[in-house]
Design a protein around this ligand. Sequence first.
Ligand code: C2G
Length: 136
Amino acid sequence: MSTDGPRTVITFGTFDVFHVGHLRVIERAAALGDRLVVGVSADELNLRKKGREPVFSQRERLEIVAALKPVTEVFVEESLELKRHYIEHYGADVLVMGDDWAGKFDEFGDICEVVYLTRTPAISTTALIEKISAGS
Ligand code: C2G
């Protein structure tokens, strides 16, 4: 955590089948500081966590997130257990997560501010995949 210099915000996500809910959380996270660093979860982490491969590969998901105007830097999030390491490595002052993770990362309050943002209602990657598969 730095007291002077630019304020660094860090956030994490899969960002598969990128949609406006993803964009909003990234924009709102960026507005909380001067630099936004985004950890994009590895394909292998998704397989372990959700039991399926993302629609878009980690290379493609990183490329999309890196191209967004509010994003300063991206990296591959290899493991959920490495959060403390990533926060320290990138010198993050603020950790931002969607409120589907509310309370889950409070333990990092000793090294940075922890903020949970309200999810954008009525949109999710899973719902989009279902809608596209149903052809409706
Ligand atoms: N999000 C949102 N509104 C939605 C959908 C998603 O605000 N309608 C937010 C989530 O809360 C999260 C971010 O977008 O902050 C990325 O969402 P996911 O790709 O679903 O990320 P997830 O699989 O939860 O991965 O270390 C944590 C993981 O990497 C998070």
